[in-house]
Write a protein that binds this ligand. Structure first.
Ligand SMILES: [Zn+2]
Length: 465
């Protein structure tokens, strides 16, 4: 069934050694710690320790290794043109440990799974790619390519690791990142983060009326599930009537009236799966009576750009393409501070759309209501054609091992592989598998770990041909 039998035998033979190496890495709590950056550890000493451990394992297997300023590193084997696998060794904090059944940094094995922070995201897949290259290299076949497993140390918090890597290190001809999804993600939407704001001038702010505070949402990439609006007034009568249909709580605090709107959170790449608390409230402001302008008037204006929709139609930016689907828009936050009212928003745009053109349209919409536009981030889309050698090779490897006949996928957003040119996300999560990254009791199924290693080994064999 497989052409490269010897190599796949070696994957199985080394499996226990691989899981032992993975446990060693899981036991190092490599959570970003910028308070401890002194002494040449930009992301903290535990992060350096994780990198050292990874490079030590790789060196033991015969790889050439490099540590890049304790921000990133790589393990390389073979000769010839360079193929990259891009993974990371930093992990999210464990959070409230009482929510874990297994120790977050214990690497405990139960029911065919290894539990612990980083098992699935992304130390498990990193080790898997390393052992796949090791199987190929130790099988006795001649290597016609260099395989380099690149590991970054702050994928979860800014990706400065890859900025640093790209400044001095060789960029692989093509790369895959085992930090996403099988079969292959070859299209990722562009991401645009912007703010719209309006400063109320002193005279206007003086008259600042009954609406004393408004605050909802936090991060760009999350659909806000709550909004608090505080009114300096005695009676809740009119508010209750208007806000009843959206199920808001209207609470008399004694010093005023607090309105609490609830929604349902979701990731900004799929805003339709959530319920946006801010948009729900804005949908009522026209009928709400909270004293004299200007604030009321400004909220009515901004509400006209964010109706109960997630396609950006009222903003004037709705668009779609066949490869990646429609643009999505998440109104992520609203706040009022020092006389400035502002909203923040996350847009995921199709791979054929242009960020510059969208910014132009947003500027026009903002100017139309007298608000200012600020761009916080424009990360361009990623698209590697399905017929490219990279995508074809990876799909062939995936199909050979799984027996499927898979098609490449499109996604709403910013995976790690966007940091390198000509790269796609390739695993390590299988379709239909429970996602436990960033959650309590994160785990990797040992069957999946074995299967992904066979897939990576098969892919490297195909690249090597
Ligand atoms: Zn990750």
């Amino acid at each position: 069934m497989m052409n490269n039998e010897r190599i796949h035998e070696l994957v199985d033979k080394n499996f226990e050694d691989m899981t032992a190496s993975l446990s060693e890495l899981i036991r190092i709590p490599s959570v970003l710690d910028e308070s401890a950056r002194s002494g040449g550890h930009p992301f903290g000493p535990r992060m350096t320790e994780a990198l050292d451990k990874f490079l030590e394992i790789a060196a033991r297997l015969g790889f050439r290794t490099a540590n890049i300023d304790n921000m990133a590193g790589y393990a390389e084997i073979g000769e010839g043109p360079l193929i990259g696998a891009l993974a990371h060794l930093d992990v999210m904090p464990a959070g409230d440990e009482s929510n874990w059944k297994y120790r977050p940094f214990g690497a405990e094995t139960a029911e065919g799974r290894m539990y612990g922070r980083g098992t699935s995201d992304d130390k498990g897949p990193a080790v898997s790619a390393l052992y796949a290259a090791y199987a190929l290299a130790s099988s006795g076949v001649r290597l016609n390519r260099r395989f380099r497993v690149i590991v970054g140390l702050d994928e979860e918090s800014g990706m400065r690791c890859m900025e640093r890597y790209k400044r001095t290190e060789e960029i692989p001809e093509m790369s895959f990142s085992p930090d996403g999804f099988f079969p292959v993600v070859n299209a990722e939407k562009g991401i645009l983060h912007f703010e719209m704001s309006r400063r109320l001038d002193a005279a206007e702010a003086m008259g600042l009326p009954e609406l004393a505070d408004i605050k909802g949402g936090d991060r760009f990439n999350i659909v806000p599930d709550g909004l608090d609006v505080f009114f300096k007034r005695a009676s809740a009568a009119n508010l209750e009537l208007v806000l009843m249909p959206i199920g808001a709580d209207v609470i008399d605090t004694g010093r005023g009236i607090l309105v609490r709107v609830r929604g349902k959170t979701a990731h900004a790449m799929e805003p339709h799966k959530g319920e946006n608390a801010i948009q729900k409230f804005l949908g009522t402001v026209e009928s709400l009576d909270f004293g004299p302008p200007p604030l009321h008037a400004e909220l009515v204006k901004i509400a006209s750009l964010f109706k109960m929709e997630s396609d950006g139609a009222s903003l004037g930016v709705a668009c779609a393409d066949d490869v990646s689907g429609p643009l999505t828009c998440n109104l992520a936050a609203i706040s009022m501070k020092d006389g400035v009212i502002s909203v923040r928003c996350d847009i995921r745009y199709p791979v054929t759309a242009s960020g510059g053109e969208l910014i132009y349209k947003l500027r026009k919409s903002a100017a139309g209501i007298g608000w200012k536009l600020g761009i916080a981030r424009d990360s361009p889309p990623l698209f590697v054609p399905p017929e490219s050698k990279l995508v074809q090779t990876l799909l062939e490897a995936y199909d050979t091992i799984t027996g499927e006949s898979a098609k490449p996928k499109s996604m709403g957003g910013g995976t790690y592989c966007k940091t390198l040119p000509n790269s796609v996300s390739f695993g390590a999560q299988f379709p239909g598998e429970e996602e436990t990254a960033h959650q309590p009791d994160e785990y990797i199924s040992l069957d999946s770990l074995r299967k992904m290693t066979h897939i990576y080994a098969e892919a490297l064999c195909l690249f090597n041909e």
